[in-house]
Ligand binder design. Sequence first.
Ligand code: SAM
Length: 284
Amino acid sequence: MERNKPYLSRKNGDLWLTEDEYDNLKVSYRIKDVIFDQQSSFQDVMILESYHFGRMLVLDGIVQTTSVDGHIYNEMISHVPMSIHPDPKKVLIIGGGDCGVAKELCKYDGVEHIDMVEIDELVVKTCIEHLPDVSGRLADPRVHFVFDDGVIFAAGKKNEYDLIIVDSSDPIGPAKVLFEKDFYQSLHEALKEDGIMVCQSQSPIFHADVMKQSYTRISELFEEAKMYTAVVPTYPGGFWSFTIGSKQHIQPNPSKVSDKETKYVNEQIVNSCFSLPQFITEIL
Ligand code: SAM
């Protein structure tokens, strides 16, 4: 199987996954075991058991989330916007196939309905079965799965959601469209008059162009925009950015997260994550 995949190789009998995203940087993980491996209609879906990061979801050779650091990303993209909107009841997740974002949102009793629109059903099934540290084996009746392209789904919605979370993979393949201005425009229309959206806007070090483009597009469409960061070790460079677009609310209320069972997010993190390093401020 490894022979058909350029990102899997054997060295001295050990199996290695090498992420090959950049010309001058390659990140390799030593792998204990291949837990799941199947090609879907959209991408190559693998669950690998790694030495340092435990189980990882790997799509087309790129690590998406892991048992060891998946909670950092999933808590940051969920609890930070939840701390800003005063009373989010209806939420749309676009992407998010590992189910980690939906798991975090289900910690809020006030959330009544979550539409999770993921293009690839195989990712969801696989993570529920083989990646319980991230998915929590999600089975909450408030979560409604739709297996479709997020762009098509969002385009038909008007004034419907309090919060939209775009938990996309990198802007290549099926996720490329999730970084386009027309897509952000349809999210603006799908949100209620005080709705807010958040997306992952890539690495400030390695994808400064994408980060700036996301921030600029969102700032042009939304009444308020704000960026925040977190450290996610398995994303290139470790340092990751998120961008919020909001029609009204922009001030977080950190006390909203204080009673939630989390491993990374707390009141101090919600307060401090919007403090941007000087070089990011200059890029923006
Ligand atoms: N946290 C991860 C990261 O930053 O790399 C992303 C997690 S999640 C696994 C990303 C999901 O987006 C994938 O499962 C992928 O199938 C889904 N996806 C990609 N393009 C999509 C689209 N156009 N509509 C809906 N889901 C999409």
